[in-house]
Design a protein around this ligand. Structure first.
Ligand SMILES: Nc1nc2c(ncn2[C@@H]2O[C@H](COP(=O)(O)OP(=O)(O)OP(=O)(O)O)[C@@H](O)[C@H]2O)c(=O)[nH]1
Ligand SMILES: [Zn+2]
Length: 291
């Protein structure tokens, strides 16, 4: 038996990358009885059928993590890409991506791209998010800035790239591995393709033991996975941390008295923009939990 990693799954076939090349495999029937489904990203042991060089997945090795949307195993980090211009940084979206990452237990890294176009606002924002505890990386795919650092961050991980359309995700990946040749820029033709083909998850190998998910980000930006309003604060690192010193353990940092979070917003220790997003998302969670 040899070991490999599932890089693609289509209609009951799994493509497993092994030291002997990529092998088309089926999963052994017993997995179904055990209620186990092999996932893209899984490290597996396979048995190869010498006659036609196909294989059978015999064993799924222990998973470090499993993402629900998209369904992938062993993803450890997410890179949220925002461009400083064209389109402008959208912190409302950025915070949403971060929440989804926190929920899925991913180490989230923020990447501000297109810094060749503008720099002024970026450094303040970078500071805000670094203070919260996020790693922030400044890049320009156009001018080859920050690419080596990004490469270092990705090394030996399976990462997912997230971010709005047009911020330069494909351009960054192409810079890291020129073999990629992902389509960039041609938004109209790209979205056409998106509509007419079924999306499946696939891992791209950037270098040895280093993969990225092909799907541009998470499949949905909805916060409907949040079951109660009290859960939201867990996904804002600084609110979670400072909220421990509120008067009420159950404080939602909204209208409650003696709220440490609100006090620190006033003292500009917690970013007001982040707090405002928190309140907006809280309303959203309340709304769909009412129905
Ligand atoms: N000035 C500048 N333009 C960039 C940079 N990175 C990407 N672009 C341009 O921005 C446009 C969009 O880049 P893409 O790489 O296609 O963006 P994307 O995030 O992959 O977009 P989607 O695939 O729609 O999600 C292209 O025209 C790129 O040439 C950069 O660092 N600076
Ligand atoms: Zn509070």
């Amino acid at each position: 038996m040899i070991e490999g990693i599932i890089i693609k799954g289509v209609g009951g076939f799994y493509y497993v990358k092994t030291p002997n090349g990529t092998i088309e495999c089926r999963a052994r029937g017993a997995f179904r009885e055990e209620n186990l489904t092999p996932l893209v990203g899984d490290n597996v042991r396979i048995r190869i059928n010498k006659e036609d060089n196909t294989g059978y997945i015999e064993e799924i090795l222990e998973r470090k993590s499993s993402l629900i949307r998209p369904p992938v195993a062993n993803v450890t980090q997410g890179i949220v890409v925002m461009s400083v211009k064209k389109p402008d940084i959208n912190t409302w979206l950025l915070d949403r991506f971060l929440i989804i990452g926190e929920y899925q237990n991913l180490d989230m890294i923020i990447c501000f791209n297109k810094t060749d176009l503008s720099f002024s606002e970026t450094s303040n924002l970078a500071e805000t998010y670094e203070k919260i505890g996020y790693r922030v990386i400044i890049t320009s795919a156009k001018e080859n800035l920050g690419i080596e650092r990004l490469k270092d961050i990705l090394k030996n991980h399976i990462s997912v790239f997230a971010g709005p359309s047009g911020v330069g995700k494909s351009s960054l990946l192409n810079k890291i591995n020129p073999c990629f040749k992902l389509e960039t820029g041609a938004i109209s033709s790209k979205s056409k393709r998106g509509k007419h083909t079924t999306r499946h998850v696939e891992l791209f190998e950037l270098e040895e033991n280093t993969f990225v998910l092909d799907s541009p980000g998470f499949s949905s930006l909805s916060l409907d996975f949040i079951e109660e309003e009290s859960e939201l604060k867990n996904y804002f690192r600084e609110i979670k941390k400072y909220g421990r010193d509120c008067r009420f353990l159950s404080c939602l940092h909204d209208k409650e008295p003696n709220c440490n979070v609100k006090k620190l917003v006033e003292e500009s220790i917690i970013s007001k923009a982040r707090y405002d997003n928190y309140i907006q998302f809280l309303e959203e969670v309340r709304k769909f939990r009412r129905y």
